[in-house]
Design a protein around this ligand. Structure first.
Ligand code: ZN
Length: 151
């Protein structure tokens, strides 16, 4: 398993994180996040497909930014894309995320960032023909998210 860093990490950093996450220094991020989390969230890395803890998760709940605890996605917007990463057809309403054009790797993609802490979440693709209400696929790294199961 490759998600051992996520499941063993203490969960006590989240409470104070939301408000001041935007002001953290790089060194503070390194202390706050595991190396694997840091590589994706702060260095725009991508976890290997079909390895993330939420790829096939169907648990009802809210997905929060793992870096700052902001609510980003909801389980009812998650769908089975078979692409190897958690996929959502819509983020939560409001300005929870930022979408930025990303021309790295020689292709045009749209990067998805947490609006609160500017951490990297994944990419959004459109027009792929999935049978979803929006025809959008927010392809998000599991390691960028924390699932809060509904009661
Ligand atoms: Zn965040």
């Amino acid at each position: 398993m490759t998600d051992s860093t996520a499941s063993t990490r203490p969960d006590d950093h989240a409470d104070d994180a939301t408000t001041n996450a935007a002001e953290l220094t790089d060194e503070q991020w390194r202390q706050r996040l595991s190396p694997a989390e840091y590589r994706v969230l702060r260095q725009a890395g991508t976890e290997a497909p079909f390895t993330g803890e939420y790829t096939d998760t169907k648990t009802v709940g809210i997905y929060r930014c793992r870096a700052c605890n902001t609510e980003l996605f909801r389980s009812e917007h998650k769908f089975e894309s078979h692409c190897g990463w958690p996929s959502f057809f819509s983020p939560l309403a409001g300005d929870k995320i930022i979408e930025l054009e990303d021309n790295s790797l020689g292709m045009r993609r749209v990067e998805v960032l947490c609006a609160n802490c500017k951490s990297h979440l994944g990419h959004v693709f459109e027009g792929e023909g999935y049978d979803t209400p929006t025809d959008l696929r927010y392809c998000i790294n599991s390691i960028s998210l924390t699932l809060e199961p509904a009661e």
